[in-house]
Design a protein around this ligand. Structure first.
Ligand SMILES: CC(C)(COP(=O)(O)OP(=O)(O)OC[C@H]1O[C@@H](n2cnc3c(N)ncnc32)[C@H](O)[C@@H]1OP(=O)(O)O)[C@@H](O)C(=O)NCCC(=O)NCCS
Length: 169
């Protein structure tokens, strides 16, 4: 199976924050942003694998900045690394300034998707070939994040988390 670049799975979704999607402070409700990120990441994983994909895990979410009502929000997702059947998808969230049009990074998240066949059984995916320095950095750290996620889910034992252990040696 031929490898693909993160650019080939790049997915961009731009939308506004409307009334009904906000919390009592008139900022975007966290669950709404999670759903937008899940949708963009799912399309990205599908573009990479050309398979049915399911969300296996939300590995990391940082709501660093509130997103006010009326903001134009861009969610950008790319597959940062693929393993056998799973893919790590990195999501960057940007807010666009109305007057200047400049985009500021507001939040980020990392999701894991698994490619499955029509019966829901995991199936293999192409490798990722990172190109830019940022893509290489995210690719290199992805195995550590996968091991942490599996460890927290009770799916591997601490001794098997070799990449994580190496951090503390
Ligand atoms: C995700 C799912 C397909 C995994 O099935 P499974 O029987 O656990 O399959 P496996 O143990 O072979 O795992 C498949 C891959 O997922 C990875 N994986 C499973 N759980 C994971 C987790 N919590 N974090 C990171 N990776 C995980 C495994 O490491 C494996 O990756 P690899 O093949 O690239 O090495 C299955 O649990 C499922 O269908 N879950 C429901 C998905 C869903 O409905 N999502 C929407 C939520 S509403």
């Amino acid at each position: 199976m031929q490898g693909k670049t993160p650019e080939q799975s790049r997915t961009i979704m731009t939308d506004m924050v409307l009334p009904g999607e906000t919390n009592p402070l008139n900022n975007l409700f966290g669950g709404e942003l999670l759903a937008r990120m899940d949708r963009a990441a799912s399309i990205s994983a599908r573009r990479h694998s050309r398979r049915i994909v399911v969300t296996a895990s939300v590995n990391h979410v940082a709501f660093n900045r509130a997103v006010p009502l009326g903001s134009v929000v861009t969610v950008e997702a790319k597959v940062s690394r693929a393993f056998k059947t799973s893919m790590e998808v990195f999501i960057d969230v940007w807010i666009e300034d109305r007057e200047s049009g400049n985009k500021t990074k507001a939040n980020e998240a990392i999701y894991t998707f698994v490619a499955v066949d029509e019966t829901g059984r995991p199936t293999t995916v192409p490798e990722v070939t990172p190109q830019t320095d940022l893509e290489k950095e995210r690719f290199d750290a992805a195995l550590r994040r996968k091991q942490l996620s599996l460890l927290l889910a009770g799916k591997i034992k601490p001794n098997d988390a070799t990449e994580l252990k190496a951090l503390f040696m």
